[in-house]
Design a protein around this ligand. Structure first.
Ligand code: GTP
Ligand code: MG
Length: 197
C-alpha cells in the first residue's frame, strides 16, 4: 500500500468538532517528543504535513489528516513530560481520553514508544488503560536509528516483558525510524488491512 494523497483536514479541541463524515480513522499517541508527527510525515511521504519540533508539547489539539480521500490519520498531543502547566496537561488529558473512549470511527490506536529508553511507567499505565477500555492497539517503537541494534532489541524485550503483566496476548509491534524511513512498508501493510477490510 502506498499513500497517494494526504492533506490536513482540521484541528479539534473536542470530539464534536472532529470530522463528521464517518470515515474510518487510526490515531497516533505517545509521550511528548516520541515522534508521532514525524511518523505521520514519513508514512504519508508529505514532508511538513504534521508540525514537528524538538520541544515536547508541539501538538496540542486533535489533528485530522485525510488520506487518499478514504480514511483519517489522527495526530494527538503527547502525554508525559511537556513543560506546560498542570491545568493545561489536565485539559489535554481529558480531551484525549474523551476522544479515545467515544470516537465511533476510531479503528485502532498506535501507541508510540521511544526505543532508546527502558520501560516507562507513563507508557505502561497509558497502554493498560487503553486495554481496560477495550481499545484496539498496536505498538510502534520509534527512533530506531538512534540506538545500536542490540540495545534496541533489549529495550523492546524489556518492554514486552513488562506488558505481559497486563496482557495475555501481546499486541503486535513495529520498529521504525522516521529518519531512515524504516518500518514504513510494514506499517502501511497493516494499515491497509485495517482500513480496507
Ligand atoms: P509532540 O507533538 O510534542 O507530542 O511530539 P511528537 O511525538 O509529535 O514528536 P515529533 O514528531 O515532533 O518529533 C520530536 C523530535 O524527535 C523532533 O526533533 C524530530 O526530528 C525527532 N525525531 C522524530 N522521529 C525521529 C526518528 O525516527 N529519528 C530521529 N533521529 N529523530 C526523530
Ligand atoms: Mg506532534
Amino acid at each position: 500500500y502506498q499513500i497517494r494523497s494526504a492533506v490536513f483536514s482540521k484541528s479539534s479541541a473536542k470530539i464534536d468538532q472532529c470530522p463528521q463524515d464517518n470515515l474510518p480513522e487510526i490515531a497516533f499517541i505517545g509521550r511528548s517528543n516520541v515522534g508521532k508527527s514525524s511518523l505521520i510525515n514519513m508514512l504519508t511521504g508529505v514532508k511538513n504535513l504534521a508540525k514537528t519540533s524538538s520541544t515536547p508539547g508541539k501538538t496540542q489539539l486533535i489533528n485530522h489528516y485525510l488520506v487518499d480521500n478514504a480514511w483519517y490519520l489522527v495526530d494527538l498531543p503527547g502525554y508525559g513530560y511537556a513543560k506546560v502547566p498542570m491545568s493545561e496537561k489536565a485539559k489535554w488529558e481529558k480531551m484525549t481520553w474523551d476522544y479515545l473512549l467515544d470516537r465511533k470511527t476510531l479503528l485502532y490506536v498506535f501507541v508510540l514508544v521511544d526505543i532508546r529508553i527502558k520501560p516507562q511507567k507513563s507508557d505502561l499505565d497509558f497502554i493498560r488503560k487503553l486495554g481496560e477500555n477495550g481499545i484496539a492497539i498496536k505498538i510502534v517503537f520509534t527512533k530506531e536509528d538512534k540506538v545500536k541494534t542490540m540495545e534496541g532489541q533489549r529495550n523492546i524485550m524489556a518492554f514486552l516483558e513488562a506488558l505481559k503483566e497486563d496482557w495475555d496476548i501481546l499486541p503486535e509491534y513495529f520498529v521504525t525510524s522516521s529518519e531512515k524511513r524504516s518500518g514504513k512498508v510494514e506499517m502501511l501493510g497493516l494499515i491497509e488491512e485495517i482500513v480496507f477490510n
